[in-house]
Design a protein around this ligand. Structure first.
Ligand code: TYD
Length: 214
């Protein structure tokens, strides 16, 4: 049986992590015989740990970090993605599993596509060109679309807000995600994340079943 890679993308607060858990348990009910791997980026591996520590530290710094710092962050995300691909995603797909990843390489294009503005020309395109020779494209990418203002409001209650959660920043990330979706309309399915959590999960599951039974 052929493995299937489904990725979930969206700005912080778009509800994709909540949906991921609901999708995973519903798929397990519908297809008890099929192996399902729920995974995420940044990972919990060594590079992922370094990344999270860096991100937590960066949240308290207001000034724009130097270009070299932004590059360090980009390559940490890329290294984490490479690690995730080789250690988790590819082996799971080999066994015929459905792999559900909460964030993947599109997050790097969308987020670091913002942090690298003014450092490299057209950073979204540049990041994609670095990934292209070695990345595995998902079979389907569900993009959870929510107005950044609403997303921020949802996050007000969360502790320890990170630097990636500021409104202006999220607006630019949102633009990048929409641009990525427009570039590959066959791969991306846009989910209206403004709806209540149950509806969002239902829509996501429907989109995934469409890929499984196509
Ligand atoms: P995530 O774990 O999804 O957020 P949370 O800890 O709130 O569940 O991701 C952490 C942050 O890292 C998030 O703001 C998005 C950002 N990110 C990037 O900037 N680039 C990337 O390639 C990835 C995977 C995440």
């Amino acid at each position: 049986m052929k493995g299937l890679l489904i990725t979930l993308e969206g700005i912080d607060g778009s509800g994709k992590s909540t949906a991921a858990k609901q999708i995973a348990s519903r798929l397990a009910e519908l297809m008890p015989e099929r192996r399902l791997v729920l995974t995420a980026e940044p990972t919990t591996g060594q590079v992922g740990k370094i990344l999270r520590a860096e991100l937590a530290r960066a949240s308290s710094i207001e000034t724009r970090p130097p270009a070299a710092k932004q590059m360090q962050e980009l390559f940490l995300f890329m290294a984490d993605h490479a690690h995730h691909l080789t250690k988790t995603v590819l082996p799971a797909l080999e066994t015929g599993a459905i792999v559900l990843s909460d964030r993947y390489a599109d997050s790097t294009a969308a987020y670091q596509g913002v942090t690298l503005r003014g450092i490299v020309p057209d950073p979204v395109h540049w990041i994609q060109s670095i990934y292209r020779p070695w990345n595995l494209l998902p079979d389907r990418t569900l993009l959870f679309v929510l107005d950044p203002h609403a997303a921020l409001q949802r996050m007000q209650s969360r502790r320890g807000r990170q630097k990636f959660e500021r409104l202006e920043f999220l607006r630019l990330v949102d633009e990048n995600f929409r641009r990525l979706a427009a570039l590959e309309p066959e791969r991306f399915v846009q989910i209206d994340a403004e709806q209540d959590a149950k509806k969002v999960a239902e829509e996501a599951i429907k989109a995934i079943l469409n890929v499984i039974y196509k």
